[in-house]
Design a binder for this molecule. Structure first.
Ligand code: C2E
Ligand code: MG
Ligand code: MG
Length: 742
């Protein structure tokens, strides 16, 4: 019994040969060694007959399987294993296939057929042949590799997850997205991707050090995990970039809310090794299948949306739209052309009056930059200042503005102050106090007539240099104003810490202030009383209507800056207006602030029955729009408004006069993150494809709507006279005649 296996394993036969005695002893010893080996648990032996049935198996293996050796003998060799779990690298080559090939195999990983326990063996085998050369079965050995596999899996895990935050890494996110999209394409399901990039992370890393930066990333990951739903996949792609995959989500209202929540959460202050810091995050969103069907397309478009969100002033979200390609191109152009704009004399300063609320007298003028681009026309500073900041051009532009404003203001009669905007990058430059001193000295402007407007972002890192800079500027004798209060982190705590002379309440805070139920009134009240206690002025920015002005008076805001008094005017006009002594402006504007109705001017499609009309949209709010282009449309007519890119909204005509119709949407539009509006949902390209449109090749908004066609295959006559450019005159004429005729 002991000897049988030895023969199987090719050991010399007993007795019959030279040195029989010592051979027998050697034989015994060899048997003992093999026994010891089998019992050590390091490995075991097996063999089969030509039919693949087990004819030898180490005792320990049978035990591991919970069987007697006698039960196992005669069974097919493959009954020892769970055949469907195959080692990942040998996926196709299942054990029976290998055995049927009758070839040598080595270290093939198989899962043992032990229930309820994960046990892995590595087995090797060699085919055996009889003296006639016929196949006689396999012999081989095996070993337990469960532990090795576990550590291998752990290593694989490490390769899939980010070691700092524990979130999925780029590799895993990318394969997850690939798999999700592939699966969803069949099922026609949607999937959104959000790309996140932290704002100001680099500064924190630079000022507080890398360990603090790492700690910050961990805290960010923590907060994100709390905001992101469990069905979503969250990952860190590297650096300060994160990604969220949100399956089955295409409602842009909901996605906007999630993005907003992410931004709010990430923007709360962090405590890092005793220091306090604040960062922000920008979010770009793309949704499959509308914005792309492959992961490459989707990621590229979410990145483009992210880029646009960053450019829009950070702490914002953006949905991808095809327009962003143009926007990105424009930004590149702006960055390039800005380099020569100053030396080419394209940049100038305009001035907007700040008026005393009680007396209507102009007390100060804010210098705002204007850029007259030779091809693109006038470019807003809201657009080019962020580009200048990002491309390190702000120092030069800012210094020029400072010198020019002091120069201009030195010629103004009386004590009208001049306010100059100072970017955070300028504030971080140690030379700022000496630049200010020079600008004052060169122009002869008294220091107390110069006011520097700083934004809250200068406080985002606690640092001694901030305090030193405040002290130095106060030492020069200029006034300091906190600009755009209410847009960023809005902590009244800053006001106690820094020697400001004025708080400017941002216009985004003013918008809607006259509407019932707003919290902004209470907040403005608090700001004003704190400012009074600290002996500071207050300015309300962006006042356009009388009801807003009345409210600011009631709230005792000390100064007003807004179109109700004046827009920014040229330096010459400003000088001329002041020449005649004290400059009083009578407020002039609408009596009531209009809610967020935006003046737009763009082509949209109107679909009615079988017809699609090109019309101009002149006004848009979340509840309705004003369109121009059709004549005499009856009230209560229902249209489908086609905004392009699969955005369709059902709208009912509520007012109609000549060629203008006021329409109300069935479902309100939602914010697009860029101050614009979009439909919550889009018509899926799948649906359009089903209606005969090729995927991906859709001209924006040129498709028939299934439910709208009359289904009979015949087309009705257009019901409304359409004022397109060419036919405009004749048609109005004809329509008028037809009307007159009855
Ligand atoms: P800001 O410092 O908050 O300037 C006020 C902005 O609000 C100006 O826009 C002004 O035209 C606008 N505004 C004032 N009243 C009203 C109103 O009643 N209604 C509306 N809708 N808008 C009103 P502008 O000139 O486009 O400047 C935008 C921003 O660009 C400025 O915001 C400022 O942050 C930046 N900026 C402008 N010039 C400079 C500069 O020389 N240096 C730096 N660093 N930034 C500048
Ligand atoms: Mg300002
Ligand atoms: Mg402002």
């Amino acid at each position: 019994m002991v000897l049988a296996p030895l023969r199987k394993f090719g050991l010399p036969k007993l007795g019959g040969g030279v040195g029989g005695k010592s051979s027998a002893a050697e034989m015994q010893q060899a048997v003992q060694i093999l026994r010891d080996y089998e019992q050590s648990g390091h490995g075991w032996f097996w063999s089969t007959d030509a039919g693949g049935r087990i004819d030898y198996l180490s005792e320990c293996v049978a035990e591991r399987l919970g069987k007697n050796r006698s039960e196992v003998l005669g069974q097919p060799f493959s009954s020892l294993f769970t055949l469907d779990s195959v080692d990942t690298e040998q996926v196709e080559r299942t054990l029976p296939v290998i055995l049927s090939k009758r070839k040598t195999f080595a270290e093939f990983a198989v899962r043992a057929a032990v229930r309820g326990e994960e046990l892995w063996w590595s087995i090797s085998g060699r085919p055996q042949h009889d003296s006639a050369g016929n196949f006689a079965g396999f012999r081989g050995n095996g070993a337990d590799v469960t532990e090795r596999r576990r550590s291998q899996r752990k290593a694989e895990r490490l390769a899939m997850y980010d070691s700092l935050t524990g979130l999925s890494n780029r590799h895993r996110m990318s394969s997850h997205l690939d798999n999700t999209l592939a699966a969803f394409r069949q099922a026609k399901r949607s999937c959104a991707v959000m790309m996140l990039d932290l704002d100001r992370f680099k500064q924190v890393n630079d000022t507080l050090g890398h360990p603090a930066g790492d700690e910050l990333l961990k805290q960010v990951a923590d907060r994100l995990s709390r905001v992101v739903d469990s069905g979503c996949e969250l990952g860190r792609l590297g650096g300060d970039e994160f990604e969220v995959i949100l399956p089955d989500l295409d409602d842009r209202g909901r996605l906007g809310e999630i993005a907003k929540k992410i931004i709010d959460m990430v923007s709360q202050p962090y405590a890092l090794e005793g220091a306090r810091c604040v960062i922000g995050v920008s979010v770009g969103i793309a949704i499959a299948p509308y914005d792309g069907v492959t992961s490459d397309e989707l990621i590229r478009n979410a990145d483009l949306a992210l880029y646009s969100a960053k450019g829009g002033g950070r702490g914002q979200f953006r949905f991808y739209s095809t327009e962003l390609h143009n926007e990105a191109e424009t930004r590149r152009r702006i960055e390039e052309d800005l380099r020569d704009a100053l030396s080419e004399g394209q940049i100038s300063l305009n001035y907007q009056p700040l008026v005393c609320t009680r007396t209507n007298a102009v007390v100060a003028m804010e210098a705002v930059m204007r850029w007259a681009h030779p091809d693109l026309g006038s470019i807003s500073p809201a657009l080019f200042i962020p580009v200048a900041e990002e491309s390190n051009q702000i120092a030069q532009l800012g210094e020029w503005a400072l010198r020019q404003a002091c120069e201009d203001a030195s010629r103004w009669p009386g004590n009208v102050k001049v306010s100059v905007n100072v970017s955070p990058a300028q504030f971080a430059n140690k030379n700022l106090p000496s630049l200010v001193t020079q600008a004052l000295a060169n122009s002869g402007l008294p220091a107390e007539l110069l006011e520097l407007e700083l934004t809250e972002s200068i406080f985002l890192n606690d640092s001694e240099s901030t305090e030193e800079m405040f002290a130095a500027l106060k030492g020069v004798g200029v006034r300091l104003a906190l600009d755009d209060f209410g847009t960023g982190y809005s902590s009244l705590g800053y006001l106690r810490k820094a020697p400001f002379d004025k708080i400017k309440i941002d216009q985004s805070f003013i918008r809607g202030v006259t509407e019932p139920g707003t919290r902004n009134v209470a907040i403005i009240k608090a700001i004003v009383s704190l400012a009074e206690a600290l002996d500071m002025d207050t300015t309300a920015e962006g006042i356009e209507a009388h009801d807003e002005l009345d409210l600011m008076r009631e709230l005792k805001v000390s100064q007003i800056q807004g179109f109700i008094y004046s827009k920014a005017i040229s330096g010459e006009d400003a000088l001329a207006a002041m020449q005649s002594g004290e400059w009083i402006i009578e407020p002039e504007g609408p009596s009531k602030a209009r809610s967020d109705r935006k003046t737009v001017f763009r082509k949209v499609g109107l679909i009615h029955e079988d017809h699609r009309y090109e019309v101009t949209m002149r006004n848009l709010s979340n509840t309705g729009c004003l369109i121009e282009g059709l004549l005499d449309v009856p009230v209560d007519t229902v249209f489908v408004v086609d905004f392009g890119e699969g955005q369709l909204a059902v709208a009912t005509v509520r007012r109609s006069r000549g060629t203008m119709q006021g329409m109300e949407f069935e479902h309100t539009l939602v914010a697009d993150g860029a101050g614009g509006l979009v439909t919550r949902n889009r018509v899926s390209p799948y649906m359009l494809a089903a209606a005969g449109m090729p995927l991906g090749a859709l001209p924006p908004g040129q498709y028939p709507l299934g439910p709208q066609s009359n289904g009979s295959g015949t087309f009705t006559m257009p019901r409304f006279a359409h004022l397109n450019e060419a036919a405009k005159k004749g048609e109005v004429q004809r329509a008028a005649e037809a009307k007159a005729a009855g």
